[in-house]
Structures are given as structure tokens and as C-alpha cells.
Write a protein that binds this ligand. Structure first.
Ligand code: PDD
Length: 281
């Protein structure tokens, strides 16, 4: 696989980053994941807009212009022959060659820019979409700026492991009795014909797939309510689903052992998945 590091396209085994890089020492970095379907980047503009926002919120320098970043994405998709899969991009604050809590001088320290691809043949036809996900609920123990897409992913990773140990697929995180989001996705429930999902704030990541799916839902005259919902409300809902760049729209069929509806992926989630994939391809 060919990867991109600070201006160079290299075999992955030759890529090098300083051990003093602040992402390595302090998780001082942000990232984006853009899906690829049929060789085409999905929602690239949205991911780039959110990257800029993450960088601004952390006073980090933009590593390259929009057009250059687009070109790097396209080149990696081309050389790695990605039909279906992902492009991962990470920007870090770099390093001035030592460990210090104080940020290095931005005048003399260049950000680190890394991109690589992951090939996932048949990404849009995942058999999981036909079965739906089993979810557990866990406390949300993350920091308070979840709107910034940082690489501090230890707790979400632990949440995923807790789900796996419980024989489930993923975890929804709870704060003050209300669901914030999934470990790596936004969370939704459906009651009757109404789609309910938490409103945007610092409490959740502003999902790019979320924005597209809510737009398609409204265009299809579906009712959308943006507000926090409790885990009890979720367990009593007709349906549930998640959205993310890698899962698109994925139905949820069970929460903490409680079956939603008849235990099969619901009609609203199935329809939104179909619309999202149709519009993206
Ligand atoms: N995760 N919430 C969290 C905490 C996320 O990590 C993600 C994305 C989302 C969905 O955002 P989007 O629709 O823009 O992908 C919501 C990516 C896919 C990941 O970490 O791999």
C-alpha cells in the first residue's frame, strides 16, 4: 500500500514520524475518514469543512490547501486501486523535537500530515445491514469537546471492547441519562414516523453523514426531531439506527438485551440507507 506523509508518497513500510510528534505523545491531532464507493469520494467537501473547523478550534495550522488535499485523496485511491473503502487523513501539531505541555511555536513547527487508504470490497453491501446491530449502553466518559474530531479514541475503543465482550456490536454512550452518540457514529431512534436524534452541540461529533441523512429525510417528508433522548426511550422505540462515513446508515435492533420492534431492521432505517447510497453513488 502506498501512503502519504508530509509531501511524499511512500510504501507504508518506509513512512516515518518523529517519536516526539505531539499526536504520539499527547493525542494532539485531528482526523477525518472519507468513504470511497465505486472509486468515488463520498461527501469530501463536508469532511474537509469539518477538518478546518477542528484545526481552528485547536489553533492548529492547515497543512495544505483544499485542492491539494483533494488531489492527495484522489491519487491514493488511484495508486492503491480502491474501489470501495476509506481514506484516512490525520493532521497533528507536529513537534519541535522534545516533550512539553506548552504548544511548540507555530512559526517554526510544521504540522504532520498523514493519509492512507483501507480497501473494503463490497462496503455498501455489508451483510450487517440486513441483520442490524446489537448495542449496549455505557457511561460517556469522554472529554467535553466531542465536536472536535481528535485522535483521543481510547475510551471509544474501550467501549467497543465492552460491547464485544457482551456479545454485541457497539455501544451507545450515556450522559445525564441521555444518549450522546455511538463509539464512532451518531445515534437515532424512530417513534412512529418520527426520527429523533440529539441536536448539534459540543457533546457530539457533527457527523457529515448525519447532515446528509437528515437532509434526505426532510426532503422525503419524514419528520425529524433534534433533541436528546433517554436510553429508556430508546429501548421502547420502534427502531434505531446509526450513521457514519464507514457504516452509512446501519439499523439497530437491540439495546441492552431489549429488542426494538420485531427485532428486524426497521423500514425507516432501511429506506434512509437506500436513499443515502442511491444519492452517493
Ligand atoms: N467516526 N460520532 C463519532 C464519535 C465518530 O467517531 C464518528 C465518525 C461519527 C460520524 O461522523 P461521520 O458521519 O462524519 O463519519 C459520529 C469515523 C468514521 C471513525 O472514527 O472511523
Amino acid at each position: 500500500r502506498t501512503v502519504y506523509v508530509n509531501g511524499d508518497y511512500l510504501p507504508e513500510t518506509e513512512a516515518k514520524i518523529s517519536i516526539f510528534d505531539r499526536a504520539f505523545l499527547m493525542a494532539d491531532g485531528v482526523y477525518e475518514v472519507t468513504s470511497v464507493l465505486g472509486g468515488k469520494l463520498i461527501d469530501f467537501d463536508g469532511h474537509l469543512a469539518r477538518l478546518e473547523r477542528s484545526l481552528n478550534e485547536l489553533d492548529m495550522k492547515k497543512p495544505a490547501a483544499f485542492d491539494d488535499l483533494l488531489e492527495i485523496h484522489r491519487e491514493l485511491v488511484r495508486v492503491n486501486e480502491i474501489e470501495d473503502g476509506l481514506v484516512y487523513l490525520q493532521v497533528t501539531r507536529g513537534s519541535d523535537g522534545d516533550r512539553d505541555f506548552v504548544f511548540p511555536d507555530p512559526e517554526t513547527t510544521e504540522p504532520t500530515l498523514v493519509l492512507f487508504t483501507q480497501s473494503k470490497p463490497g462496503l455498501a453491501n455489508s451483510p450487517q445491514a440486513g441483520k442490524g446491530l446489537k448495542i449496549i449502553s455505557i457511561d460517556d466518559l469522554r472529554w467535553g469537546r466531542r465536536d472536535i474530531k481528535t485522535v483521543q479514541l481510547l475510551y471509544p475503543s474501550m467501549g467497543k471492547m465492552m460491547a464485544k465482550k457482551a456479545g454485541c456490536d457497539d455501544a451507545w454512550m450515556i450522559e445525564d441519562g441521555h444518549v450522546t452518540e455511538g463509539t464512532s457514529n451518531n445515534a437515532y431512534i424512530v417513534k412512529g414516523n418520527k426520527i429523533i436524534t440529539r441536536q448539534l452541540s459540543n457533546d457530539i461529533l457533527h457527523g457529515i453523514t448525519r447532515a446528509a441523512v437528515l437532509r434526505f429525510a426532510r426532503e422525503a417528508q419524514m419528520e425529524v426531531e433534534e433533541r436528546p433522548f433517554t436510553i429508556d426511550e430508546a429501548k421502547a422505540a420502534d427502531e434505531g439506527f446509526i450513521t457514519s462515513a464507514s457504516a452509512f446508515v446501519m439499523p439497530v435492533v437491540e439495546i441492552d438485551g431489549q429488542t426494538l420492534g420485531d427485532g428486524a431492521p426497521g423500514p425507516v432505517a432501511r429506506r434512509l440507507r437506500e436513499i443515502y447510497l442511491d444519492e452517493s453513488l
